[in-house]
Design a protein around this ligand. Structure first.
Ligand code: G1P
Length: 298
């Protein structure tokens, strides 16, 4: 029986300079994807997968993120009085019960591996999930729920993957798997940000992990890798020497919300998929397409 995954780690200490001036005061994780902040979407994905404890690896100027998960009794009373049940329901996902949110600080930006290591004492001796909040996925079930299903079968460590164009492998962690056709398959090798000519495949590590606690001992070594940073991928490569790693190929789409165009596309895709906003968004898009067609024809 595999130990259950009860805790999720969210590295949120990054500065978000790419989104300045929007992120001058507001953390990038608080940027709204349609109707809720990116961080809430990630927490909801964790909740859908049965995860109950949330660990934020935070940094300077990031306190709004944890404030977002405070229960606001006055706001709830007000909505109840006005019978706004739909809004109450939406709000309930950001109301995390007492004792289920923990915060640790990453005092220096030394890399993703270092950020995850900062959660060591809060995670303890059990498997845990990691969510990179820049990356949002859209599918019938959440990415983490798909990973937990695989974890319940194969145990060990699980990495969500999806294909990227070959020429972009230098931006991501890339895995080499036993059988590319299979949705869940053993990982043979991993490399962080390889040159396209050296990449073992085009399957990229998309930003969702289930890891065993032994990773912390390896991260402790603080080995510096690609980009001069302490890389999570490098520690995973070491852990692979003693533990199994499986790739779960995402059933769904991945959106990189860490840059403007990816974020704009994500907003369109999530709005189109939303039962409340989908139809109206489609009409808006049609309006602009028609306008540009007429413009071109004129
Ligand atoms: C990180 C990981 C990389 C992964 C990527 C997904 O890189 O190190 O393996 O593919 O996230 O977005 P970063 O984007 O922080 O450079």
């Amino acid at each position: 029986m595999n130990k259950p995954v009860r805790k999720a780690v969210f590295p949120v200490a990054g500065l978000g300079t790419r989104f300045l001036p929007a992120t001058k005061v507001m953390p990038k994780e608080m940027l709204p994807l349609v109707d809720r902040p990116l961080i809430q979407r990630a927490v909801e994905e964790a909740q859908e997968a049965g995860i109950e404890e949330f660990i934020f690896v935070s940094g300077r100027g990031k306190s709004l993120i944890t404030q977002h998960f405070e229960i606001q009794p006055e706001l709830r009373d007000e909505l109840e009085k006005k019978d706004k049940l739909d809004l109450l329901e939406k709000l309930s996902h950001s109301d995390i019960p007492s004792g289920k949110v923990q915060i640790t600080m990453q005092q220096r930006a030394l890399g993703l591996g270092h950020a995850v290591w900062c959660a060591k004492n809060l995670v303890g001796d059990e498997p845990f999930a990691v969510f990179l909040v820049d990356v949002m996925t859209l599918g019938e079930t959440g990415c983490m729920a798909q990973m937990i299903e695989a974890y319940n079968n194969v145990g060990g460590n699980i990495i969500a993957t999806s294909p990227v164009p070959r020429d972009l492998t230098y931006k991501y962690g890339i895995v080499d798997v036993e059988n590319e056709e299979k949705e869940v398959t053993a990982i043979n090798a991993m490399v962080e940000k390889p040159d396209p000519k050296d990449a073992p495949s085009n399957l990229h590590i998309l930003g969702r992990y289930i890891l065993q606690p032994e990773i912390f001992t390896l991260l402790e070594e603080r080995k510096v890798g690609a980009g001069g940073e302490i890389q999570l991928t490098d520690a995973m490569v070491r852990l692979m020497e003693s533990q199994p790693f499986h790739s779960v190929k995402l059933k769904g789409e991945t959106y990189d919300c860490g840059h403007h165009l990816g974020f704009i596309e994500a907003n369109l895709a999530f709005a189109l998929a939303d039962p409340e906003f989908g139809e109206a968004t489609y009409k808006i898009l049609q309006k602009y397409i028609e306008r540009d067609k007429n413009h071109a024809a004129a």
